[in-house]
Design a protein around this ligand. Structure first.
Ligand SMILES: [Zn+2]
Length: 404
């Protein structure tokens, strides 16, 4: 359910039906305190627990929770706090008196996005199953894959779990992507993935009025995110972040109706969504059409292969310079002007156009950005053949690219 779609009311109303305690788990203390404040201002009876809490205050809250009937309807805590022995014991006492209503895990996508090494408590929330109460996991941004991770991690069986999705499409949000000029100044940086972007954009237009959501995009922002990812320990998580980043770049550079793009990313159907001139692509009126660019893609792959004979670590920038026939020192000093494909893209692409083209090859897994290991000095990725490279060269795959 998108942010602003009414998640709070979904648990606050049923929580008030019985004189029991509803336990709400929030990922971040700041968000938790905001929510507690909001609910208290609505006259709701809320208490919360946090790690650095005054002992007397904690004791007082516990006593009130154990009163019959409990003096609080809601108990808020972070995953870490809820699993501490003291609070877990309190929940056991409440449970033995049948005084727990149900559990709510808000921002449940965090189960997927936080590394289990970094916040192991998220992967341990399935311990709440021991109380035999309903568990409601809610989020504003979950792909089908994230949905599966949440179900598995909380050990929610498919037979007993109802999955409800409210489409992410908010008609009053208007989407734009604007090329940002590299002026050396720090400005708004492209979000690291589409989940983050949708979370950010859904904060707009909550009053129902039209709201314009802009991304100022430049490739340097991708590089910035890539170097952050490179510094992470090696593992599956690194690849998840890399794929998330590539999907974000895809959203920025592929001329597909933005609203359809977001809907299909979250598994809410794509082509069926009417964009109705609500993004920069369809309102500009000059749509680009995709055509077969496989031959150019193969030439670039060959160029990469030839370059690697002379220089094993080829960066995107070096590939752009070589394929466009640059006489820069970076090319000449390594003898790359001697490869067969040197300058083959000169008359077809500008350097910028070539950079965009290679980014699309990366997105389609024809070229893969190999991130340096966390223990290497460099954070600049270098290029290798992607998993779809041989399918392209064997004509099993067509590479479509957009041209006006
Ligand atoms: Zn549109």
């Amino acid at each position: 359910m998108p942010t602003g779609g009414g998640k709070t009311i979904c648990y606050a109303v049923p929580a008030l039906i019985k004189p029991k305690v509803t336990v709400v788990i929030f990922p971040l203390l700041a968000l938790l305190l905001d929510q507690v404040e909001r609910m208290r201002s609505q006259g709701l009876n809320v208490c919360f627990f946090m790690s650095d809490m005054d002992e007397a205050e904690r004791e007082n809250a516990m006593q009130k929770l154990l009163a019959t009937p409990p003096e609080y309807n809601f108990l808020f805590a972070t995953p870490e706090t809820v699993l501490t022995p003291a609070l877990f014991e309190l929940l056991q006492k409440l449970s033995s008196e049948s005084l727990i209503n149900f559990f709510v895990i808000d921002e449940a996508h965090c189960i997927d996005t936080w590394d289990s090494h970094f916040r192991p408590s998220y992967s341990e929330l399935s311990k709440l199953q021991t109380f035999g109460c309903p568990i409601l996991a809610m989020t504003g941004t979950a792909t089908r894959q994230t949905e599966q991770v949440i179900l598995n991690s909380l050990r929610l069986s498919l037979e007993e779990t109802k999955v409800i999705r409210k489409p992410s499409n908010r008609p009053n949000l208007l989407f734009h992507v604007v090329a940002k000029k590299a002026d050396g100044k720090e400005a708004i940086v492209m979000p690291k993935d589409l989940e983050s972007y949708v979370q950010e954009s859904c904060r707009a237009g909550r009053d129902g009025n039209d709201a314009h959501c802009y991304i100022f995009f430049r490739f340097e922002d991708k590089t910035k995110h890539l170097s952050n990812i490179s510094s992470l320990p090696d593992g599956d998580r690194k690849l998840v972040y890399l794929n998330g980043l590539n999907d974000m770049v895809k959203y920025c550079i592929i001329p597909v109706y933005r609203r359809q793009h977001i809907a299909s990313y979250f598994g809410d159907g794509g082509a069926g969504i009417n964009c109705a001139k609500s993004c920069d692509i369809c309102s500009s009126g000059n749509l680009e059409h995709s055509i077969d660019f496989s031959d150019d893609a193969i030439q670039i792959l060959n160029c990469l292969d030839s370059m690697q004979q002379l220089q094993p670590q080829v960066t995107t920038k070096l590939l752009v310079l070589t394929f466009s026939g640059s006489k820069s020192n970076a090319v000449i000093s390594k003898g790359l002007e001697n490869v067969n494909e040197y300058g083959k893209g000169k008359n077809k692409f500008s350097e910028k156009g070539l950079l965009k083209f290679i980014q699309c090859l990366i997105i389609e897994n024809i070229v893969h950005e190999q991130l340096p290991s966390a223990n290497e000095n460099s954070t600049t990725p270098y290029l290798v053949r992607g998993i779809n490279a041989s399918r392209l060269t064997n004509s099993e795959l067509t590479f479509l690219y957009y041209a006006k």
